[in-house]
Design a protein around this ligand. Structure first.
Ligand SMILES: [Fe+2]
Ligand SMILES: [Fe+2]
Length: 197
């Protein structure tokens, strides 16, 4: 399958997504591109990953589960309970390959892990995860101003701060936490551990 051009992907997203999600998508794509510039990652890949990261977000939870079943995409209990919040990333990666012809593994993984992260993420995966959190349309997360500054300085530290805040938010509202989010947090917490003497 031919890879869709960035322009065609943008047009497809305008059709597939509601206007709020489309605006968010554009903001994530350009924020990811900026982060790629400053952290010396591939700018085009960041744009494509950002443009496609929520391509399955406007699909109902029920449909997301059935797409996973049909295509042998594994679904965990937490994903089953929160399909829209969690499964749109896995299905999004699947669609990026099947519908838009993206074959670059790094782009597909960035989309797949943009909600939970994963231990030892690639630079592009970190960039998309962070761009999704800090894009200019986001307003409500705590420490956002500080995290936005950090994002342009230190990807791992930013990731850890976002994971920390996400976990404490989910615990405060009694939300279910995906095990991958916990694993990711542990991984980046250990990376930042001061060395014992
Ligand atoms: Fe998303
Ligand atoms: Fe998003």
């Amino acid at each position: 399958m031919k890879t869709a051009s960035l322009k065609n992907i943008r047009k497809a997203m305008e059709k597939e997504l509601n206007s709020k999600r489309y605006e968010h998508t554009l903001s994530v794509a350009y924020t990811a591109a900026n982060l790629a510039m400053i952290h010396e990652a591939d700018v085009e890949s960041a744009l494509v990953a950002g443009m496609l990261h929520d391509c399955a977000k406007c699909i109902s939870g029920k449909k997301l589960i059935s797409i996973c079943r049909k295509n042998s995409i594994p679904v965990s209990d937490v994903e089953m309970a929160n399909p829209s919040a969690l499964l749109h990333a896995k299905v999004g990666a699947y669609y990026a390959g099947e519908k838009y012809g993206i074959s670059d593994k790094d782009i597909l993984n960035a989309i797949k892990y943009h909600t939970t992260g994963r231990p030892d993420m690639s630079k592009l995966e970190k960039i998309l995860y962070i761009a999704d959190y800090i894009e200019p349309g986001r307003k409500h997360a705590s420490n956002l101003a500080r995290i936005r500054v950090m994002a342009y300085q230190n990807l791992n530290g930013t990731l850890l701060k976002i994971l920390e805040d996400t976990l404490s938010y989910l615990m405060s509202v009694d939300g279910q936490i995906d095990t991958m989010t916990k694993k990711t947090y542990e991984f980046y917490k250990n990376l930042h551990k001061p060395i014992d003497n």
